[in-house]
Design a binder for this molecule. Structure first.
Ligand code: BGC
Length: 742
């Protein structure tokens, strides 16, 4: 009796869930149909002139060097503006950079806003929810600042650790990068603000970015960079995709039929619009026919290709009327899908921004993204009996570092350190006024003093007298220039070496755009990678140092021992021997061969070539100790799930990142293994937790270039529960069937 009641109950639960799922799907379809209808109707009512108006974006900044005058209704010193069509109730598109918050173009009076930690720091949280919340926060500031399009969602893979924009992106692994970028996009768009996904695609270095031709085979591209975009697109459903500056296999990314028409629009079924990066449109007819829907940021381009010239191209039937309508349709569809019609902007409402509340969100993200790389003798958290601490270098008395270029968010309350870094783009070097030193002073009774570290002998003297020395090592990076080496800047490597030689209790706090090398590693007691920690970064760093926060970040990119371990020890396409961004210095058009590593990016390359990095992908310590066990794998066609448990064997609560790697025992992938899942778990002291992860089937598949489908190859696979890419804890061998994914 009891049994049959339970069965009945179960059956009705299943039925209710099925109804809920189908209702959800019905609601989604209805919404899609409504957006589709609205877009079709509006397009049908538009004149040619109105259509063309939707397709041309203007730089919304008056800049002498570019001879640009900001459109009169655009938000000043912002990235772009496209006037609305009031006759039809179509709102203007007001565009702001970028991924960590509301940026300002170079100007004497930049708007101050909250800044998230850098994209790579968000990825280091291994926490999709944090990415969503961060996106939601910056999206809300965008709306209140008068913007309904945010040029965020950077998902280029960290293929080149010297890339000056790694800080804007989400690491070297397609699953992690796609999940984090996708969730951030979803968060931004929860404010009725369109987000981009950018820079599509393979824009993995800045050197010669405007012209470089990236050579890569289709399968390698699909299983690496394009997979990150595919996942981010599925999760985030961005209203727009920004095509990049570089060329891919010969054609510019913004007139690349394969990238835009075949992969993005046809295969992924993308319904939004493609906008060009600022200065990335090079033609009218090829660009329009090969998939570009909107030209951006004029006059960055040589010509207003999508204005009069497009009109003429349509008149002459070089671009069909249907394609013109499709371009406009896509923009209106995305605007409708994201609620831009029902939620009009109301100019600058920034006085309504709750900076205190937003500060907590960015601080929580920074705290989860800080990675503890080394902790000898439990030097951290700082012991209660430490009497005096010397903090050296990096302006840690004043603030924290951020990355430069168009994504630059300026702080509320002004810059903590004026006149640093280059005066020209991608400068200035901006420090947010969140001082690690002052924040640490609030959390410890120790006496704390600061020295700028300029004189190494003086630094050594001061270090000798202190119980603890904390050295801040910075690497500032910015858009348009790659770094020439992986060393810290401002003589910080020598400074750390000197301090550590004089005090064994030396802790290094790094603020870097991406991976660096650490020639001093053996000498120091502890290392924290804080990336660019955002506008509340000082508090985040201090709380990790003091133990208020238990570190829980992990590396979203491998830290190599030296550039010799990379697929390209010398930067690809660097024909003139320096990281240049000036096409006039080039003797010809250059290319870079990404087929060397293909899809084996980062840890995959290191695994494949049997090299041991300085710190592996996925690595990060905690003040707690975790035991992972009980791995079980269930495979039913393409649905593969794993379950396991994590026990906190220490006396402090902490967060663990369980990572799942898969390896086909007979090979056939780009590298021995891939990350196929991860989960961040809060496990209280002495507690044990069970968890489950559903594997994204594409991470188990290879891309079949004949079928144009993802295919799981039947056979045996080792599935490992791991603490990092180099620390498997338990492995199970499973058999997977041959499956073609939809
Ligand atoms: C960058 C984009 C940015 C655009 C607008 C370009 O230089 O590559 O990421 O969104 O400028 O500022």
């Amino acid at each position: 009796m009891k049994n049959s009641t339970t069965k009945q109950l179960l059956a009705s639960c299943v039925a209710i869930i099925a109804i809920a799922i189908s209702q959800n799907a019905n609601a989604q379809n209805a919404a899609q149909n409504a957006n589709d209808k609205k877009a079709q109707e509006l397009v049908s009512k538009m004149t040619r002139e109105e259509k063309l108006q939707m397709l041309m974006g203007y730089f919304s900044t008056t800049a002498e060097w570019l001879k640009s005058t900001a459109p009169k209704n655009g938000m000043p010193n912002s990235a772009g503006y496209i006037e609305g069509i009031s006759r039809l109730g179509i709102p203007a598109q007001s565009q702001t950079d970028a991924g960590v918050g509301v940026a300002t173009q170079r100007s004497p009076n930049p708007r101050g806003r909250s800044a998230l930690p850098s994209g790579i720091a968000l990825a280091a949280t291994f926490n999709d929810e944090i990415a969503f919340k961060g996106g939601a926060m910056i999206g809300s500031e965008a709306r209140l600042s008068g913007f309904n399009v945010m040029l965020a969602g950077g998902a280029n893979l960290l293929r080149e650790p010297r890339n000056g924009r790694n800080f804007e992106y989400t690491g070297e692994d397609p699953l992690l990068a796609g999940n984090i970028a996708g969730n951030a996009i979803k968060g931004i768009q929860s404010n009725h603000v369109i987000s981009t996904l950018k820079h599509y695609a393979l824009n993995d270095q800045e050197t010669n970015r405007f012209t470089i031709d990236v050579k890569i085979d289709e399968q390698a591209a699909r299983q690496s960079d394009l997979l990150a975009f595919e996942i981010a697109n599925e999760i985030g459903n961005p209203g727009s995709v920004m095509c990049s500056y570089n060329r891919v296999n010969g054609d510019y990314a913004c007139e690349n039929d394969w990238l835009l028409n075949q992969v993005l629009k046809k295969e992924w079924g993308y319904k939004g619009y493609v906008m060009s990066d600022w200065g990335a449109t090079h033609s009218t007819i090829p660009a329009a026919n090969r998939g570009l829907d909107q030209q951006s940021g004029y006059p960055f381009d040589k010509s207003p290709y999508f204005a009069g010239a497009l009109d003429e191209a349509v008149n002459n039937n070089h671009v069909s009327e249907a394609r013109l309508d499709d371009m406009v349709y896509r923009i209106i569809y995305a605007m409708s899908e994201n609620g831009l019609f029902e939620n009009p902007l109301n100019g600058d409402q920034s006085d309504k921004i709750d900076y205190a509340a937003n500060g907590k969100i960015t601080q929580a993200a920074a705290e989860e993204g800080i990675v503890l790389l080394k902790n000898e003798r439990n030097l951290l958290p700082i012991a209660k009996n430490v009497k005096n601490i010397i903090i050296i270098g990096g302006h840690a008395d004043k603030g924290v570092l951020s990355g430069g270029g168009s994504s630059q968010v300026y702080p509320v309350g002004g810059m903590a350190v004026p006149n640093e870094g280059p005066s020209e783009f991608p400068g200035p070097m901006v420090f947010y006024p969140s001082s690690p030193m002052k924040e640490l002073q609030k959390l410890t009774k120790a006496q704390i003093t600061y020295y700028d570290g300029k004189d190494l002998s003086k630094a050594a003297e001061l270090a000798k007298k202190a119980d603890l020395a904390i050295v801040f090592g910075n690497q500032w990076t910015g858009e348009s220039v790659d770094v020439t080496n992986l060393n810290l800047q401002n003589n910080a490597d020598a400074l750390i070496d000197k301090v550590a030689s004089n005090n064994a209790n030396t802790i290094v706090v790094l603020q870097t755009g991406g991976p660096i090398i650490m020639p001093w590693l053996d000498k120091v007691g502890a290392v924290l990678e804080a990336w660019y920690p955002g506008s509340s970064g000082g508090a985040a760093i201090a709380r990790v140092l003091s133990g208020e926060v238990n570190p829980s970040g992990a590396l979203p990119a491998s830290f190599v021992q030296s550039v010799d371990q990379l697929p390209r020890p010398k930067l690809g396409g660097d024909e003139v021997g320096i990281a240049v961004n000036n096409p006039s210095q080039l003797k010809g058009r250059v290319s870079v061969d990404y087929n060397i590593e293909g899809a084996a990016v980062g840890y995959k390359w290191l695994d494949k070539t049997n090299q041991k990095p300085l710190f592996p992908f996925g690595y990060g310590l905690s003040y707690s100790n975790f035991e992972m066990s009980n791995l079980m794998v269930k495979a039913n066609q393409s649905k593969v799930s794993v379950s396991f448990s994590v026990k906190n064997t220490s006396k402090i609560d902490g967060k663990a990142i369980a990572q799942i790697y898969a390896a086909p025992i007979n090979g056939g992938w780009e590298a021995p293994k891939r990350l196929v899942g991860y989960k961040k778990l809060l496990v209280n002291k002495s507690q044990k937790q069970n968890a489950m992860i559903e594997i994204n089937p594409k991470t188990l598949a290879v891309y079949d270039t004949n079928l144009h489908k993802w295919v799981i190859k039947g056979g045996l696979y080792d599935i490992s529960l791991s603490k990092s890419s180099a620390q498997p804890v338990q492995t199970i061998r499973v058999k997977l069937d041959d499956i073609i994914l939809n």
